[in-house]
Structures are given as C-alpha cells and as structure tokens.
Design a protein around this ligand. Structure first.
Ligand SMILES: C[S@@+](CC[C@H](N)C(=O)[O-])C[C@H]1O[C@@H](n2cnc3c(N)ncnc32)[C@H](O)[C@@H]1O
Length: 254
C-alpha cells in the first residue's frame, strides 16, 4: 500500500513545498517521516517496523565497501550496462531508488543520470549526492559523474533525458518486484520502499519508454525466477545465483 511521508521541521519546509510533500513541525507517532539526522536527510519510522532510518550514503558503509572490493567491471550490473574494456557508456538509471546501482556504475567511470519519481526517495538521493560532492577527492570525482532528477520515467523519459542534456546510450531499470529479498534487514528496508513506491505495476510502460529512448541498450534487473517484464522478449539474459538481467539491445556499444 502506498503511503505518504511527512517532512518534519522548519528547515525542511522549503523542500516539502518544492516536492509537494506534507509538512509538520514534529515527527508524527506513526507512519514515515523525512527528518534531518547527523548522517543526512533520512526517512524514518518506528524502528521495530522499519529498521534504521534510511539515508543515501555514498561515501562510507556499503557503497564504499562495494566500490573498493565489489569486483569492478566484473559485477553483474556493469556487464548488463555494457561497461567493458575501453567501453564506458552513458547510462540513465530510470529507477534510481537509493542510487546504489548508479553509484557502482559511476564508480566504474560511467556518467549516470538518475531518475526517481517518489519525492521522499528523490530527496534522499539529492541529499546523498550533495554530501558526496563535498566528500574526499575520490568520492567527489564519482559524484561529478552523477546527476539526479525528479521525474516519472514511465510518463516522460524522453523529456527528462533532454532536459538533463544527457544522451541515453543505455537505460538501466530495476523496478520493484514483490517479495524478493529474504534477509531481515533488507525486509525492513524494502518495507519502507514498498509503502512509498508500491510495486511499480507500470513497469511494462516504463520498459516501452526505455526501448523508445535508449540508443543502444536497455538492461532490466529481475529476481532470478521472475518472468520478464511484459513486452518484447529480451535479446539476452545474464544471471548469477541471486539475480538476473534481461537485455534488450538496439546496437552494439563497441
Ligand atoms: C527497487 S528500487 C531501485 C533500487 C536501485 N536500483 C538502487 O540501486 O538503489 C525501484 C525504484 O524505482 C523507482 N521507480 C519505479 N518506477 C519509476 C519510474 N517510472 N520513474 C522513476 N522512478 C521509478 C521507485 O520509486 C523506486 O524508488
């Protein structure tokens, strides 16, 4: 079920107005709230239900570990988006979420335009990117390859790409899919996402838009046993033990 996030505190009033979020002076007892924390802007709720507050943190923790030890261009997301020896495409991540996939791709040299339609999730992304730009030189350089835009890619992908002055060689899609992660931590994090974003039931429309706009390739992340998104059959499928990408290819990137 989709629910709203309430932005809390005077400092977040302009953000709430810009993104059309509800605003309150204090955190409500129930539901999800957008709050300022020492770690950055966060979506928070009852910890028993939602776990730790959600922040976008490119500079430390999981993102930093994956950047240093994650396997470089051998990672599935990199292969799916066509990053190879001497090939570094420009990628639109049209379901940016917390920007984890986008940050991996940018860390490997690809310019990435991140599109996110849920205002509260976009607010976290924008805040994480701002902090990354102020981090040490290595993270700063990666952040310089990232752009974030608040947009619904299913209804105006072409417009968002043009307005960003970007060239969509590859479009990466990772829409929500019911019940795919089983670990307790991820379950709580996914609960936040699911309550905010729902199940992305319009993924077929998003795929159609991506196929229209991408000049070279569309890469769709799917749980391993899930059916492909309704539409044309993928040209290739690549997978690991836990996840899969369906590839729709217009033109070679080489
Ligand atoms: C599973 S999450 C993506 C996680 C992301 N790959 C990451 O690495 O953090 C899916 C996200 O896509 C967003 N989304 C789904 N359809 C979208 C659309 N048509 N336009 C923009 N964002 C969309 C949802 O709001 C949600 O935040």
């Amino acid at each position: 079920m989709k629910s709203d996030v309430v932005a809390v505190g005077e400092a977040l009033r302009p953000l709430a107005e810009r993104l059309g979020l509800a605003w309150a002076s204090a955190q409500p007892a129930q539901g999800l709230a957008l709050i300022e924390t020492p770690q950055g802007l966060a979506i928070a709720g009852d910890p028993l239900r939602y776990g730790n507050p959600l922040v976008v943190d490119f500079a430390t923790g999981r993102a930093d570990h994956r950047r240093r030890f994650g396997g470089g261009r051998g990672q599935l997301v990199a292969k799916a988006c066509g990053l190879g020896k001497g090939v570094t495409p420009r990628v639109v991540d049209a379901t940016a979420g917390l920007g984890r996939d986008a940050f991996v791709l940018a860390g490997l040299g690809a310019p990435v335009l991140m599109l996110e339609r849920m205002p509260a999730i976009f607010a976290l992304l924008e805040d994480g990117l701002r902090r990354a730009l102020g981090a040490d030189a290595e993270i700063h350089d990666i952040a310089m390859r990232l752009q974030a835009r608040w947009a619904d890619a299913a209804s105006d992908l072409a417009g968002a790409v043009v307005a960003s002055g970007f060239e969509a060689q590859v479009i990466h899609l990772d829409p929500m899919f019911p019940h795919r992660d089983k670990s307790a931590l991820v379950k709580k994090e996914m609960r936040v996402f699911r309550e905010l974003a729902g199940d992305d039931d319009d993924a077929p429309r998003l795929l159609e838009a991506a196929l229209d706009v991408a000049t070279h390739r569309v890469a769709v992340k799917r749980p391993r046993r899930a059916p492909p998104i309704a539409g044309p059959r993928p040209a290739h499928v690549i997978e690991t033990r836990t996840s899969r990408y369906d590839l729709y290819v217009h033109r070679s990137l080489r």
